[in-house]
Design a protein around this ligand. Structure first.
Ligand SMILES: C[S@@+](CC[C@H](N)C(=O)[O-])C[C@H]1O[C@@H](n2cnc3c(N)ncnc32)[C@H](O)[C@@H]1O
Length: 384
């Protein structure tokens, strides 16, 4: 598996714990033993995707029948909640995340899956015919985005996109095919990796993009079949919005468990990492560009550390406001890197949690490459 696709948490190493950390330790241990790409989990790249074993173990150990994930990304916790039979609410500021979580946590009927496969084959056949017939194609993307593919690949992707646009199909089916298309964009491009936007030459033969698109659609259909056999709970509710506005977005609902992986300060830049996908899928990412928390693009600003502290307090306050009085918050977070300096998560959360009426009850940490650690942190309402 490429480094991009591997969740950070799959790296093995000693686990250090403090406080109430049995479940947290068990979650790290399961993550280091288990395959991360089961069910629909590995269908589409997502930087810092949570290892599904973490979500499963925390859900099992908490016994919670509902969870809220305010940074749901590609939907790991929501899929695991569905398998366990728990209700879930997922929030993310990225329109791509919300679409991906919806598709990955859905359980289409056998007939819908067959229709999906049929449509994927039809789109691929039409795209192949375009490539063979050298059908002229102009692609309307901003120049810096166009530069991420060789011209012949750009035209082939443009053809696939046109065929997807012309498809007469239910919205859910079209959305899933668009995400199969989205999943291949970096693989056939010159962008160095999912988290590095620099251009690095890559030879991609004619027809390969269409082949990989079809392969991904076939893979999704198979993964849906596996999820259908395992799922016991309802589809998640999904809301596109800023996690700092969680109480308003949750519209009065509270949960006994908030299980989430907020951005790792100064480490990723979801707006930049997915800019090519937003352009192809015509998604409006202006709110993400404005409101993304912890983005690497702000990591060297003079006030980066103060800003990250402010944002962490705001996200903790929002989570505290939707937590049931006897509930728990479990965060998966990596140490921040701001102004070239690490900001260790346990000390930061111990210092800031009281400002949100919360207290840290347990921590389990594991070392990661680059000298920073990744942590599972359990918080409760301080008054409890
Ligand atoms: C570490 S990822 C979550 C990964 C997720 N647990 C998974 O398994 O795919 C962090 C997420 O936070 C989202 N995000 C960043 N700023 C946000 C904000 N202000 N409100 C809500 N989501 C935000 C990003 O779009 C990204 O999906």
């Amino acid at each position: 598996m490429s480094a991009d696709k591997r969740p950070l948490s799959q790296i093995r190493g000693p686990i250090r714990t403090e406080g109430e950390a049995d479940a947290l330790r068990a979650a790290w241990e399961a993550a280091s033993r288990e395959e991360p790409d089961t069910l629909t989990h590995g269908f589409h790249p997502w930087p810092a995707r949570m290892h599904p074993a973490i979500a499963r173990v925390i859900l099992e150990r908490s016994g919670a029948e509902a969870l809220i994930d305010p940074f749901c990304g590609a939907g790991t916790t929501l899929i695991e909640a569905r398998v366990r039979g728990a209700r879930s609410l997922g929030v993310d500021l990225s329109p791509l995340a919300i679409r991906l979580a919806r598709v990955k946590a859905s359980v289409p009927s056998r007939a819908s899956r067959a229709a999906f496969l049929e449509a994927a084959h039809a789109v691929a056949a039409a795209s192949e015919a375009r490539v063979r017939g050298r059908v002229p194609m102009t692609v309307a993307l901003p120049p810096p985005i166009r530069a991420r593919w060789d011209m012949h690949v750009l035209k082939e992707l443009g053809g696939l996109r046109e065929e997807l646009r012309a498809l007469d199909a239910p919205d859910a089916l079209r959305e899933a095919l668009l995400l199969a298309f989205s999943s291949i964009l970096t693989k056939v491009g010159r962008q160095r990796s999912e988290t590095e936007e620099e251009i690095a030459p890559r030879r991609v033969r004619k027809g390969l993009a269409t082949e990989i698109f079809l392969r991904k659609a076939v893979e999704l259909e198979r993964r849906w079949g596996e999820l259908a056999a395992a799922a016991r709970g309802p589809a998640p509710e999904l809301v596109e919005g800023d996690a700092r506005r969680l109480p308003e977005l949750a519209r009065g609902r509270r949960a006994p468990l908030i299980l989430t992986s907020p951005p790792y300060g100064g480490t990723y830049d979801y707006a930049a990492h997915h800019a090519h996908r937003m352009a192809w899928l015509e998604l409006d990412d202006r709110a993400l560009r404005r409101g993304e928390l912890g983005a690497r693009r702000h990591a060297s600003a003079p006030d980066a550390r103060a800003r990250w502290d402010r944002d962490v307090v705001a996200m903790l306050r929002a989570m505290a406001a939707v937590l049931e009085p006897s509930g728990a918050i479990v965060l998966v977070m990596g140490d921040a890197s701001l102004g070239g300096e690490p900001v260790p998560v346990p000390a930061q959360l111990a210092r800031l949690a009281p400002q949100a009426g919360l207290a840290v009850r347990g921590v389990a940490s594991q070392a990661r490459h680059g000298g920073r650690d990744e942590h599972l942190v359990r918080l409760h309402l301080a008054a409890r």
